[in-house]
Design a protein around this ligand. Sequence first.
Ligand SMILES: C[S@@+](CC[C@H](N)C(=O)[O-])C[C@H]1O[C@@H](n2cnc3c(N)ncnc32)[C@H](O)[C@@H]1O
Length: 215
Amino acid sequence: MFYPFEMEQYLETLLGERDPLLREMEEQALRETIPVVTPMVGNFLNLLVHMSKAQAVLEVGTAIGYSTIWLARAAKETGGHVTTIDMNKDRLFRAQEYIKRAELTNHVTALEGDARKILKTLDSMFDFVFIDAAKGEYLEYLNLIYPLISPGGLLVVDNVLFRGWVVPGSSFASKYDRMVGGLRQFLQELSSNSDFSTTVLPFGDGVSVSRRIDT
Ligand SMILES: C[S@@+](CC[C@H](N)C(=O)[O-])C[C@H]1O[C@@H](n2cnc3c(N)ncnc32)[C@H](O)[C@@H]1O
């Protein structure tokens, strides 16, 4: 966390009480150290889907479906649909169970497999894409997703500041060199791509928000 933990805790209180299903998932993720988005990022995703009135939503990295539920609850109200991809069969199965319990089955399609393969097979466009899978693969996802984002569509990416270590001058263990370097390169390419208008928000673990400029 690169800002005071007390601030995160305080801001979380402003979200109000989450429902028991989300709380259960948060506790489960904590117990198993499954890195799910923070409640504030989940709420932000929900807000963005609502505000953009997104119809076709794509998520790369489902895990147990925590962020999927935040996205799908908004998609249910916009009349939209979430397609979510994860290569971990067990996690995806558990995500589907949670999605059932959230009564969102009709609003989510879960695809199992390596996103780098699946993305090549998708032939429809998406107006909201959320990336939250392997940090070392972000550049690959970006190149594969780029043609799938509708003009005016949004691309949101989690963990882009990775514990703040992406900020030059930070100190971290050398085993993270590749990941941090990859994320720096990803942010550089995304922010210099003139087809996107991008901002990076320093909350959660760093969230980038880009809008594909209409052409
Ligand atoms: C950070 S977790 C996703 C958390 C989830 N978005 C949430 O906030 O609830 C990352 C997930 O990406 C999946 N993943 C990693 N690399 C992948 C790939 N190449 N294709 C598909 N899934 C991948 C992992 O199996 C893992 O479940």
